[in-house]
Design a protein around this ligand. Structure first.
Ligand SMILES: Cc1ncc(COP(=O)(O)O)c(C=O)c1O
Length: 351
């Protein structure tokens, strides 16, 4: 952050104005100034009655295209909505009666409840530890749904093995990239579905979520939230039948939360400019500095969870922000964080 700019090699790509001590990006990210300023300008236009709806639309399309480039997929395969769970809902509703979905048991509920609610229709949901996902996929499995990075403790799922097992049995692969996208490089075209709430590691306002949909899955799934914005781009979008949905994944769009998209487009562009591989090196480097400083083994994630019983009181007293999850203290390290902030956290926990 700006109080310690020399310690952050990413300075020069973008600026942030946050106070030191935000080690909580797994809860929500902080906006680069350029995103905050774009939103402030848009709100001022709204206040003065100068809003141009085409500008909101253009911001949404910039965000969609940038998200596509970040995850390695063309814009026509990208859908946009407000939350992970809303993006997942049509695909959960599209599971066949008698189908079987395998999900990690400590999965964040936005990627669990959409499947569990389908039990009422006769869909079977099996929950297992992440480490047992691969062996739990068999000929009865319709789909496997998992977070690439676990929200509770930052564990990276063994996605290559999961994909291989799913393909061997003809099961779909549905991935929640919310805790990964922005710091862990991904190639989403290997999955059937990849959804992301962008307000964490992609540093957008809350209310922007994007997803990749494999073209075959797009064709086979009913757009249960069909609306004017998901319509075909030519012709009158506003009134009357017939149903005329967009080709490609945008048929799953919900009409955009305008200000979120205005902030999202520049935030996503900052991530693209810095480069996700560069961000991974920075974020995991800070996480490992933290773990090593506590005498713990280093890892491969930007999120860590520690068990120290007085950790939360000590961190709070030092003004460090974190979250309590699954009985542990979760800290997350991202582009705007510095080695000085990590050292402050180590000092708070060990002094
Ligand atoms: C893995 C994961 N998915 C999704 C979300 C957010 O879901 P939603 O956008 O439905 O609120 C979170 C929030 O913590 C999360 O950790």
């Amino acid at each position: 952050m700006d109080s310690n700019p020399d310690q952050n090699p990413i300075r020069g790509h973008a600026r942030w104005s946050a106070e030191p001590g935000w080690l909580n990006t797994a809860s929500h990210g902080l906006p680069p100034d350029v995103a905050y300023e774009a939103m402030t300008l848009a709100q001022e236009s709204w206040r003065l009655g100068r809003t141009d709806m085409d500008e909101f639309h253009a911001a949404g399309e910039r965000a969609r295209a940038t998200f596509g480039r970040l995850v390695g997929a063309p814009a026509e395969t990208i859908m946009a909505s407000g939350t992970t769970s809303a993006l997942l809902a049509p695909f959960a509703a599209g599971l066949p009666v008698g189908g079987r979905v395998v999900v990690p048991e400590v999965e964040f509920t936005s990627n669990l409840f959409p499947w569990l609610v389908q039990q009422a229709r006769g869909v079977e949901v099996v929950t297992v530890p992440v480490s047992k996902l691969v062996e739990s996929i068999d000929e009865r499995t319709t789909a496997v749904a998992f977070s690439l990075v676990q929200s509770a403790d930052g564990t990276i799922a063994p996605e290559a093995d999961i994909v291989a097992a799913a393909r061997a049995y003809g099961a779909r692969v549905y991935v929640d990239g919310t805790q990964a996208c922005g710091w862990l490089p991904v190639d989403v075209t290997r999955y059937d579905l990849f959804v992301v709430s962008a307000y964490k590691w992609l540093m957008t306002p809350r209310g922007a979520a994007y997803g990749y949909v494999d073209p075959d899955l797009t064709e086979r799934t009913l757009a249960h939230a069909a609306n004017w914005y998901a319509g075909a781009p030519d012709g009158d979008p506003y009134y009357g039948p017939p149903l005329r949905l967009a080709a490609g994944a945008r048929r799953f769009d919900t009409s955009p939360a305008w200000f979120c998209q205005v902030g999202a487009a520049p935030a996503l562009e900052v991530v693209e400019r810095i480069g996700v591989e560069h961000i991974r090196a920075h974020d995991v480097g800070l996480a490992n500095r933290f773990l090593t400083g506590l005498g713990l083994p280093s890892g491969d994630s930007a999120i860590v969870a520690i068990e120290q019983s007085d950790a939360q009181a000590r961190l709070s007293a030092a003004g460090i922000r974190f979250s309590a999850r699954a009985g542990r203290t979760r800290l997350a390290f991202h582009v705007y964080n510095t080695e000085a902030e990590v050292d402050d956290a180590i000092r708070a926990l060990t002094a």
